[in-house]
Design a protein around this ligand. Structure first.
Ligand SMILES: NC(=O)c1ccc[n+]([C@@H]2O[C@H](COP(=O)([O-])OP(=O)(O)OC[C@H]3O[C@@H](n4cnc5c(N)ncnc54)[C@H](OP(=O)(O)O)[C@@H]3O)[C@@H](O)[C@H]2O)c1
Length: 168
């Protein structure tokens, strides 16, 4: 099964402030939707809470070590491997891991693909971070630059990375 991280991070790897995103970039939200639609989206309990409701047209999976109440149809697992086992049993071709910082740190060593929206700004007040990618393990296979405009407060670049062993 393809395990894909989908994330947006500043130049200094900030992904969250005050339990929300540090920016509103409408084209990035559209890109996120395009990548994830129809696929299971796996996230940490805090990211699910910050979304406020399940993402439509996607199986929502929430990781939490505690018993939690979730809306109907949202799945809960107490660890990543259990969630992956369940999805493999369903013969799911791909899972999208959508945050936040704790879940990215816990799952990065298992994933084979990353869609990173690199937001070209340095944020000094970041609270939640994406791990630094080891350039020996990852190859950038695609990139598309978007300049800032009235809809987008920062320049950003969509980047796709593949884990080196999955390129051979
Ligand atoms: N820029 C982006 O792309 C992006 C994407 C997503 C989120 N975010 C931002 O990131 C922030 C939230 O991230 P966060 O790091 O604070 O929290 P998080 O990763 O969303 O959730 C952390 C919680 O998830 C559960 N959890 C995490 N890893 C687990 C594991 N391996 N097994 C079982 N449970 C696990 C635990 O819940 P329990 O405490 O209940 O056990 C943990 O406290 C927000 O600011 C959000 O806006 C940014």
């Amino acid at each position: 099964m393809i395990q894909t991280i989908v994330v947006a991070a500043s130049e200094n790897n900030v992904i969250g402030i005050h339990n929300t995103l540090p920016w509103h970039l409408s084209d990035d939200l559209k890109f996120f939707k395009k990548i994830t639609l129809g696929k299971p989206v796996l996230m940490g309990r805090k990211t699910f809470e910050s979304l406020g409701s399940p993402l439509p047209k996607r199986l929502n999976i929430v990781l939490s070590r505690s018993a939690i109440e979730l809306p109907e149809g949202v799945l809960h697992f107490t660890n990543y491997q259990e969630a992956i086992l369940y999805l493999e049993q369903q013969e799911t071709p791909e899972v999208c891991i959508i945050g936040g910082g704790v879940v990215f740190a816990d799952t990065l060593s298992f994933v084979n693909q990353i869609y990173l929206t690199r937001v070209h700004t340095v944020l000094e007040n970041g609270e939640i971070f994406f791990p630094i990618l080891d350039c020996k393990q990852w190859t950038k296979v695609w990139e598309e630059y978007h300049p800032k405009d009235e809809q987008h407060q920062f320049d950003f670049s969509f980047q796709q990375y593949k884990r080196n062993q999955s390129l051979v």
